[in-house]
Write a protein that binds this ligand. Structure first.
Ligand code: MN
Ligand code: MN
Length: 451
């Protein structure tokens, strides 16, 4: 691709036949990843499985590191860091790429099971920013872990296989919704109404909830109180699908941010012997503010870099000061149906390549890593040199809304950081859409950075 930046010609108009084929092939691999990595725990498992197959070893088993060594850190099964040791010593700086593997969803409450008029429900508390009405009347899978009283871990994964049962949040039929239809979209379905139907069977001497709990006991060995020691997530059960007659797009749950997690994982695995050490972070908890031990606001990234620094006999702060980070997260793609909320000249568009986002935040850039001109120039030179199609983007008109990414939690360690990622239509919906060309360009951008 000769023309890497254009606001008038899509990347399809700028790619040759080989690149077009590579885009479509890459889409198939990404869909396969999405359908396995449905939650942050499943994503972490799949990432570690693929990394180990590619020769990555736990960093806590290593006493020393040499160029070409591949290591990883498993952060409580919910976040992962991967690194390939470079030829240059780490105090010359490392190249960091970070994304997140959690997505908006409905979490079960600690005391979730109740029966109302013959129907057994799961009470939920939504996770991340959602439009609540979008989560009714769709098939939901229940995925997560439960710990029994004696500490036994029970994995739950119901609804992803074609013949599995699914769970379901009902909505009021249109015939009787006169009052509901007068409410705003924000109030039409409330958080407490997001209760998922989980069963109805009764037996001669057992009410539906008793039958339900008996089935749980027989199948999984868990009791009602065990829900207090659990993380169970209701996520859309729908598989990823090609969108459009031309199959140019992918519709799926959880593009934000697995659409960046997958390319950066692949870029790290495909990186054989980098000049500088490369570090890839796949983090949990971004959608609720990056807090908690598995979020990017925890010290585990700095601790990991400190391990690398210790083994190289230098100081972590000197490593950080010389390092750069691409924070890989999605941006809002321009949506012509809702064009009025975008500022056309600064919005990102599907099929125009990886989006470089200087700042996120809201109300006068509050709560953001605002990348320096130097960092923007650094990113641009890398993308141009490796012929990656790219564009700039901003999340809506000024004061229209806002958002955040993990960028500010990396840059707080004195690491120069900029956001790069894929433009998404219907971000945070149970089924989001991206363009295959942008996913591929994001992979190419990460390869270019590591090169
Ligand atoms: Mn995101
Ligand atoms: Mn998000």
């Amino acid at each position: 691709m000769k023309e890497t930046y254009s606001r008038t010609k899509s990347v399809w108009q700028r790619m040759d036949a080989d690149e077009r084929q590579a885009v479509m092939d890459y889409g198939e691999k990404y869909k396969a990843f999405l359908d396995v990595a449905r939650t942050e725990r499943l994503a972490a498992d799949e990432i570690i499985r693929q990394a180990e197959a590619a020769g990555f070893k736990p960093v806590y088993d290593m006493d020393s590191l040499k160029p070409g060594d591949k290591v990883y850190w498993n952060q409580k099964g919910k976040s992962v860091i991967l690194a390939v040791i470079g030829e240059e010593p780490v105090h010359a700086g490392i190249k960091i790429v970070g994304s997140h593997i959690d997505s908006p969803r409905l979490d079960l409450k600690a005391n979730p099971v109740h029966e109302q008029d013959g129907i057994v429900y799961f009470r939920t508390h939504y996770y991340g920013g959602i439009k609540k009405y979008q989560w009714t009347c769709i098939p939901l899978a229940l995925i997560g872990v439960v710990y029994t009283k004696d500490g036994k871990k029970v994995d739950i994964n119901i609804g992803l296989k074609d013949d599995d049962p699914i769970f379901y949040v009902s909505d009021l039929l249109i015939h009787m919704a006169q009052d509901q239809m007068k409410k705003t979209l924000a109030e039409g379905i409330t958080g407490e109404q997001l209760q998922a139907i989980a069963g109805t069977n009764a037996e001669e001497d057992l009410k539906p909830k008793e039958v339900f709990m008996k089935m749980l006991k027989d199948t999984y060995g868990i009791e009602e109180e065990d829900f207090a020691a659990a993380e169970l997530e209701l996520v859309p059960a729908t598989k990823s699908r090609d969108v459009g007659f031309d199959r140019s797009m992918i519709g799926a749950y959880g593009h934000d941010d697995r659409v960046c997690a997958y390319p950066i994982l692949m870029a790290e695995i495909d990186e054989k012997s980098p000049e500088y050490t490369s570090v890839t972070i796949l983090a949990d908890k971004e959608e609720t503010g990056s807090n908690g031990p598995t979020g990017m606001n925890s010290y585990f990234l700095k601790d990991f870099i400190e391990d690398l620094a210790d083994m190289a006999g230098c100081k972590v702060r000197h490593v950080a000061a010389n390092s750069h980070c691409f924070s890989a997260d999605v941006n809002a793609a321009f949506d012509p149906i809702y064009g009025e909320v975008h500022e056309r000249r600064n919005a990102s568009y599907i099929n125009y390549g990886v989006v470089v986002t200087k700042y996120t935040g809201a109300r006068g850039k509050a709560g953001t890593n605002d990348a320096t001109a130097e960092m923007m120039g650094f990113a641009r030179r890398i993308l141009d040199a490796e012929h990656v199609g790219w564009q700039t983007g901003e999340l809506g008109k000024v004061d229209q809304g806002g958002g955040g990414t993990v960028a500010m939690y990396v840059s707080q360690h004195n690491i120069d950081t900029v956001d790069l990622g894929v433009p998404v239509l219907s971000m945070h919906a149970p089924f989001e859409v991206v363009a295959k060309a942008d996913v591929y360009m994001t992979y190419r951008a990460m390869r270019a950075f590591y090169k």
